[in-house]
Write a protein that binds this ligand. Structure first.
Ligand SMILES: NC(=O)C1=CN([C@@H]2O[C@H](COP(=O)(O)OP(=O)(O)OC[C@H]3O[C@@H](n4cnc5c(N)ncnc54)[C@H](OP(=O)(O)O)[C@@H]3O)[C@@H](O)[C@H]2O)C=CC1
Ligand SMILES: Nc1nc(=O)c2c([nH]1)NC[C@@H]1CN(c3ccc(C(=O)N[C@@H](CCC(=O)O)C(=O)O)cc3)C=[N+]21
Length: 287
């Protein structure tokens, strides 16, 4: 039976460390502030944003949510982002995805000041992580590293397979594992014979959004399996990994819910604090 990597417990440990750091920053009169821009009334997005607000409040971080209607124009959305860019009290700006169809997501994400880009989605940050040193790693990716580290799972020299290559999860996660000296294979929809690759993974990260994509036969015995997927099936949340069968074979596994998700929110807070620290306490030429 695999060890179950409990995201809630790990997130609580991250929060504890952060609370101390925030108290120290307050002594230096730094009050980190996060702004979340939420467009439209998608129920899942609204619920994620609520959990972000809740955790910020618990930690004593300032958080503001700017709600815009689903039919907001691209230029009005940009104007709102630029207001946050210009506001010196704001350290971190997050534009909740997905955005409505009529809005060019790439263009909007490029509008966020790279020094306030708490998601790490700006091309400047992507360029930085291509050379291994981003200001921040995207929250989910950072959360995956936190899980691996706190579980004492080695990364260097391991074979890591990432299923998915999205800007939010798959791509940055493969880059992070590579930066930590894993041997990385990145799979996607056009990968032929997916199982041939996943079966070789010492670390298997699955971020495809397909319930039941990975079953016990697709996993190497003893592997560390990180299930990022969030799928609603018959009213329940399930991951991309068939937990009940894979738990019998893997060495360690994250559950859904209660695995990567809680870490994503915790790392958003950690990234906010980091950006606040860099922007307010570091000289321009040291960044
Ligand atoms: N727990 C958390 O904190 C978070 C969870 N999520 C969840 O993670 C999942 C992925 O999210 P996201 O990356 O945004 O999703 P996207 O839909 O943007 O990307 C999915 C990726 O998976 C690949 N893929 C899809 N199906 C298959 C398949 N059958 N075989 C191989 N590759 C496949 C796609 O390939 P291709 O590029 O070829 O299309 C694509 O690269 C979702 O369930 C989402 O809800 C997302 C963010 C945070
Ligand atoms: N700009 C931007 N940045 C993001 O990081 C971002 C985004 N947009 N859009 C959507 C995805 C998804 N995402 C999740 C966050 C928390 C949970 C989470 O807390 N999940 C809980 C369960 C949640 C529930 O019960 O619904 C869990 O897995 O235990 C999941 C998914 C962040 N994303």
């Amino acid at each position: 039976m695999a060890r179950i990597l409990d995201g809630k417990v790990i997130a609580a440990a991250v929060k504890q460390d952060l609370a101390m750091e925030i108290a120290q920053l307050r002594e230096k009169e730094v009050q980190p502030k996060l702004v979340v821009v939420l467009v439209g009334d998608d129920a899942a997005s609204a619920s994620y944003v609520r959990s972000k607000e809740r955790m910020a409040r618990e930690l004593g971080l300032e958080a503001e949510v700017i709600k815009l209607s689903a039919d907001v124009s691209e230029s009005e959305l940009m104007r709102q982002i630029e207001l946050q860019n210009a506001d010196d009290s704001v350290d971190a700006v997050l534009v909740q995805l997905p955005l409505p169809e009529h809005i060019d997501t790439d263009w909007v994400l490029m509008g966020v000041d790279p020094t306030k880009d708490v998601d790490g989605f700006h091309p400047q940050n992507i360029g930085r992580y291509a050379i291994g040193s981003p200001l921040v790693w995207p929250c989910t990716t950072a959360g995956i590293l936190e899980i691996l580290e706190r579980a004492n799972a080695p990364v260097a020299g391991q074979t890591a397979v990432v299923v998915g290559r999205s800007r939010i999860v798959g791509w940055p996660t493969a880059q992070l594992l590579l930066a930590h000296n894993a041997t990385v294979v990145q799979c996607h929809r056009q990968t032929r014979n997916l199982a041939e690759f996943t079966r070789q993974a010492d670390i298997l990260v699955v971020a495809a959004g397909q319930a039941g994509l990975i079953r016990a036969d697709d996993v190497k015995a003893g592997a560390v399996v990180i299930d990022v997927g969030i799928n609603r099936v018959d009213g329940h949340l399930v991951g991309d990994v068939d937990f009940d069968s894979v738990v019998q074979k893997a060495g360690a596994i994250t559950p859904v819910p209660g695995g990567v998700g809680p870490l994503t929110v915790a790392m958003l807070m950690k990234n906010t604090v980091r950006l606040a620290r860099i922007r307010r306490l570091t000289k321009e030429d040291e960044r």
